[in-house]
Structures are given as structure tokens and as C-alpha cells.
Write a protein that binds this ligand. Structure first.
Ligand code: ADP
Ligand code: MG
Length: 336
């Protein structure tokens, strides 16, 4: 390891406020491996997301926001399995060493690391195209899977859907929803812009909600690729189908006022990058689920029902079936 690399790691990562300690961490940054001591009754969960510049975020975006988003999307996966965050590692490839960029990036990790008591414990650094890999570790006494949904279960989703893809369009960037999916940015107020920027760069990992779903929800997933695709993963894993009520999709005022209805539905169903939780629950647990969300001040919408069979049927206000191209964002899909 060259002196420069050592200095970078020391200054921006080892000495970062994100690299605090917690009792489970036996060794953090600075040794050959990070090591943890966890209680024997705890299940350890791992999740990794790789974020590639100009695929998952605009390369020129504010590094603090990029870092925040990179950690948020990883924590969201822990939320979906109901795990309590423990720590994370960071693999970074950078085209060149830019002190300001690194300082802002490392600062951007701090708020969520602190909020969820999830310190940075190690990583790797290399020269290459800008690319951020984070692996989070979490623990818990149980986990929620994708495979527990059963006929008759109710389907819920937290907060609002579709704002992230609207945000991308508002930044003037192409989205995977095609060229018709656009917004006239001139119609956006400063408040709308701030709202969309937050929606895209500061998704809220629903950690506490996920924790409380253990032994209540039958299945859960975080919505990274769009509701239809991700609910589809629950359906496939659980060998069930689903009926969705299009009128029940939770939409923000910003989205509802800036898109025609057909595009609102596309954004909510196919947009992705929402990082909200889609949860299924047996009817007898529904009140408990609603009380959990209520206790957290988290908006929760009942959007449909699980049924035996295959596929997701979407019905509009007249009860008519609507077709959507459910090929949610696929990195290695035919379109690429
Ligand atoms: P080695 O050559 O043994 O793999 P490295 O030079 O890659 O060691 O890293 C030295 C220490 O710095 C290790 O503890 C490693 O986990 C940590 N580290 C390296 N890069 C990062 C990073 N981007 N963020 C946090 N810690 C890092
Ligand atoms: Mg290394």
C-alpha cells in the first residue's frame, strides 16, 4: 500500500466520524480484517449494493449526497429483512484523488451511520471509474423473507412511490421509463425541487419499521426496482399471485400535481429507487401492522391482496384490468 493510499484511508476513513466504535466491533479500520463479536442467539445478515457513476447516480452529483444515498440504499436492505444495523464496509474506486470530493463523501456517510449506530469498519480503495460498493452487516433474533406471503394476505407499502424516478426526470436525466416520461422543470417550485432532491438522494431506510415487522409480516421487500418488480419477487418466492388496487397507490402531492395519471401509475409501479417497504401480512395481523406504522408516524397504505395463482393483476377505479410492462429495471435485461 502506498503512502498516499494510507494517508487517504487514515484521513478520510479511519479518522472519519463515521468510523466510531461499538461493543461488537473487536477490530475496525486498520487491521487486515474487521472483526465482530456477536451474541450466540443473533442472526447475522449481510447485504451489498454496488453503485456505479452515471448508472446509479449522476457522476457530477454532490459527493455528500452520493455517500448518503449509497449508505441509505444498503441500510434499506437490512430494513427489509428486519435486521438491526451493526456496521458497514466500503469499497471505493476513484478515477483520481480529489481531496475535496473525498472529504465531502466521507462526511456524507456520517449522519446515517450515527442515526443507525452503524459504523464504518473497513473497506478497500483503488483507482478506477467512480464506483461505490457498500456492504452492511446487521443482526437480529429473526429475519423476514420474501417467501412467506400466503393466499389472503394483505399487501401494504410505506410512504409514497414514484418520487425518485420523477426526481431523475426533473434533473433532466433519462429514465428507464422512456422518453415520454418527462416533466417540464419550469413548472416546479423551489419547494418541489427540494422535495425531489431529498427523495432521490436521501431515501429513508425504514429500519425501525422493519425491526418491528418481525413476527408480524409474512414477507417484506424494499422497493429498489419498482413496486411491480419487487412485489413480483415476493410472489415468485412465495409461489402466489397478487391483486393490486391502482387507486390505492400512495402518491406524493408533488407527483400527483406534475404528472398525468397514466405516468403517475408508471412512476409508482415501475419507477424504482423508492426504498420503501412492501409488506404482506395475514389479515389477523393487519391491525398490529397498522399500529406499528402509526406509532412511527409512518404513512402506510393497503394496496392489494395476495392470492393463489400467478402474476400481478392491477385494477383501476372501474375495476378494469390494466396492463403494465413489468420488466422493472434490469441491468442485464434485453433492452441494454
Ligand atoms: P490490505 O492491503 O491489508 O488489504 P488496505 O491497504 O486495503 O489493507 O487497507 C488498510 C486498512 O484500511 C484496512 O483495515 C481496510 O479495511 C481499511 N480501508 C481501506 N480502504 C477503506 C475504505 N475505503 N474505507 C474504510 N476503510 C478502508
Ligand atoms: Mg485491501
Amino acid at each position: 500500500m502506498s503512502q498516499t493510499e494510507f494517508q487517504i484511508i487514515q484521513q478520510h476513513f479511519a479518522d472519519s466520524e463515521a468510523a466510531f466504535s461499538r461493543p461488537e466491533i473487536v477490530r475496525g479500520i486498520g487491521d487486515d480484517a474487521a472483526t465482530l463479536r456477536i451474541a450466540p442467539d443473533q442472526i447475522l445478515s449481510f447485504s451489498m449494493d454496488v453503485l456505479v457513476a452515471d448508472v446509479h447516480f449522476p457522476a457530477t452529483a454532490d459527493p455528500e449526497l452520493i455517500a448518503n444515498r449509497a449508505l441509505a440504499v444498503n441500510l434499506s436492505d437490512l430494513a427489509a429483512v428486519g435486521a438491526e444495523p451493526l456496521c458497514f464496509t466500503l469499497g471505493l474506486t476513484l478515477p483520481l484523488v480529489n481531496e475535496h470530493w473525498l472529504a465531502a463523501f466521507s462526511q456524507g456517510l456520517v449522519p446515517l451511520a450515527r442515526q443507525y449506530n452503524c459504523p464504518l469498519v473497513g473497506g478497500d480503495l483503488s483507482r478506477g471509474p467512480l464506483n461505490i460498493a457498500i456492504q452492511v452487516q446487521g443482526q437480529g433474533e429473526a429475519v423476514i423473507g420474501r417467501d412467506g406471503a400466503r393466499d389472503g394476505d394483505l399487501i401494504y407499502v410505506s410512504a409514497c412511490l414514484g418520487d425518485s424516478v420523477l426526481a431523475l426526470a426533473s434533473f433532466g436525466l433519462d429514465t428507464h421509463l422512456g422518453t415520454d416520461f418527462k416533466i417540464d422543470s419550469a413548472t416546479l417550485s423551489d419547494q418541489d425541487r427540494a422535495y425531489l432532491n431529498e427523495a432521490y438522494y436521501r431515501p429513508q431506510p425504514r429500519i425501525e419499521f422493519g425491526r418491528q415487522l418481525l413476527n408480524v409480516a409474512s414477507a417484506a421487500i424494499d422497493i429498489s426496482d419498482g413496486l411491480l418488480g419487487d412485489l413480483g419477487h415476493i410472489c415468485n418466492a412465495s409461489a402466489v399471485g397478487a391483486d393490486l388496487d391502482l387507486t390505492a397507490l400512495p402518491l406524493s402531492d408533488c407527483l400527483a400535481s406534475h404528472l398525468p395519471e397514466a405516468l403517475q401509475q408508471q412512476a409508482a409501479l415501475l419507477g424504482g429507487d423508492d426504498y420503501e417497504l412492501c409488506v404482506t401480512v395475514a389479515p389477523e395481523n393487519a391491525k398490529q401492522l397498522e399500529a406499528i406504522a402509526g406509532g412511527l408516524g409512518l404513512q402506510l397504505s393497503r394496496i392489494g391482496t395476495i392470492r393463489d395463482g400467478y402474476g400481478i393483476n392491477c385494477r383501476d377505479s372501474k375495476g378494469q384490468l390494466q396492463e403494465f410492462d413489468a420488466s422493472a429495471y434490469q441491468h442485464f435485461g434485453e433492452s441494454e
